[in-house]
Each structure stands twice: as C-alpha cells, then as structure tokens.
Design a protein around this ligand. Structure first.
Ligand code: ADP
Ligand code: MG
Length: 228
C-alpha cells in the first residue's frame, strides 16, 4: 500500500490561487444565473426556452467547479461535528445506484457497526466519498463490483473503496491528487485533490493499492471518536 496524501506544500500555492480565482468568478456567475432565470420566467418561445435551459445548465456546471475550488480556500481547521458516518456512506452509495445500474456495476456495502462516530464536516466528507465512488464506477466501463467497507481499527475508522476496474499504472500513482491530473476525456482532475485536502483537514490519511486490469482499492483512515 502506498500513501498518497502528500505534496501539500506544492498544492498550497496552487490552491490559494485557484480559490482566489473561484471567488472572483462566483459573483458574476450568480448574477448571470439570476438574469437567465428572470428571462426564463415569461419566455414563451420554446426554442428560446431551450437555449435558456442550456445556459442555466452550463452556469450550474461552472458553479460546481467553482465551489470545488473554494474548498481550497477554507482554513485547515474546518468546523468538525460528531457524526455517525454509516448513514452518510449509505446515502452516497444510494445516490450512485442509478449510475451503477447503467454501467453494470454491482454495489456492495459492508459494515458491522450501526454507529461509527467521527468528528467531521459531514457535507465535505460526503463529497469525498462521492468522489471516490464515482471514480471507482468510472474505472469499470464494462461493469464490475464496487465494495465499500467501513470498520473500526484501533483508534481509526477505515473506509475502503474497492473496484474491479482498469487499475492505475505504477507511474501514475504518484500523480494522484495533483491538480488537473486526469486520464478521462470528460474529467477535470480535481476530485482527488479536493478529497485529499478535505481528508487532511480531518487529520486523516489515504492509501492506495492497485493492479492493472484487476482493480483499485483506496483506504481512507480517519481518527475515530471514542465512544463510551
Ligand atoms: P477525474 O475523475 O476528473 O479524472 P480525479 O481527481 O477524481 O479526476 O481522478 C484523477 C485520476 O485518477 C483519474 O482520471 C484516473 O486516472 C485516476 N483514478 C482515480 N480513481 C481511480 C480508480 N478507482 N481506478 C482507476 N483510476 C483512478
Ligand atoms: Mg473523479
């Protein structure tokens, strides 16, 4: 297993810049959305309505990227609250059910505990799990199995996300988490960078194990909240 959460210094400068740009883009984007929605209200021409819908969809797409970048601007100490992550993981898995069916991927969730408490920022962790699960599904273009497991190990919670997909070539392992590193036509190579950043904000670690044409396992370790 190789630890992949590192290079944070190099990322810090890129992150600050990206967050600054994202912040500047957000305001004009908000007013663009406002005016487009306003025009949509009493537009009767179906073709124009269709164009306005496309504009709004595209604004939404830019907005998602901008929001992602803004994560980088957040100070390291995010607001952490004690949360049970079992239902959080379940929610994220069910969000991907439709995508999985389309791609012929079977989803498996395995967890013995009903309660696994973590001091966390629930929404950000949700985003992290979603990123890993999406990547796993995207790594199985011909279908396969996705195993998500959550367990407590000593003082850590381990969440593993294992796919039976294409795997990652050795020389690419060290690029994981670099901004804009992607091997996908439609990818933007920000998901892992954001995820690592968020996990770092939770004092966590990430390990990866991968074999070409066999699959990939990401192990996320997060400090467990001591339960009474
Ligand atoms: P994106 O999904 O937009 O490409 P990510 O940061 O999420 O960006 O992932 C970066 C790259 O890491 C992917 O393009 C892919 O090459 C590789 N990768 C991530 N997860 C997996 C996985 N489960 N299996 C194979 N490759 C992966
Ligand atoms: Mg991704």
């Amino acid at each position: 297993q190789e630890e992949v959460l590192h290079r944070q210094d190099k990322l810090a400068a890129v992150g600050q810049l990206a967050a600054g740009v994202a912040h500047e883009i957000r305001n004009p984007l908000t007013s663009m959305r406002g005016y487009a929605e306003f025009l949509q209200l009493d537009e009767k021409d179906p073709e124009r309505l269709e164009f306005l819908n496309i504009i709004l969809d595209e604004i939404e797409r830019v907005n998602t990227i901008v929001e992602d970048f803004l994560v980088l601007a957040k100070p390291k100490a995010v607001e952490l609250e004690e949360k049970n992550i079992v239902p959080v993981i379940k929610t994220v898995i069910s969000m991907q059910e439709f995508e999985a069916i389309k791609k012929n991927v079977r989803l498996h969730f395995d967890c013995e505990q009903k309660n696994i408490l973590i001091n966390c920022d629930e929404n950000r962790l949700k985003q992290v799990f979603l990123n890993f699960i999406k990547n796993a599904i995207e790594a199985m273009p011909n279908g396969g199995d996705l195993y998500v497991k959550a367990m407590i190990h000593d003082n850590n919670v381990q969440i593993s996300i294992q796919d039976t997909g294409v795997g990652i070539p050795k020389e690419q392992l060290k690029k994981l988490g670099e901004p804009f590193f992607t091997t996908k036509k439609q990818g933007h190579g920000l998901g892992l960078m954001m995820s690592f950043k968020i996990i770092e904000g939770h004092q966590g670690k990430v390990f990866v194990e991968s074999e070409l044409n066999k699959g990939t396992t990401f192990n996320i370790l997060l400090p467990a909240k001591k339960t009474a």
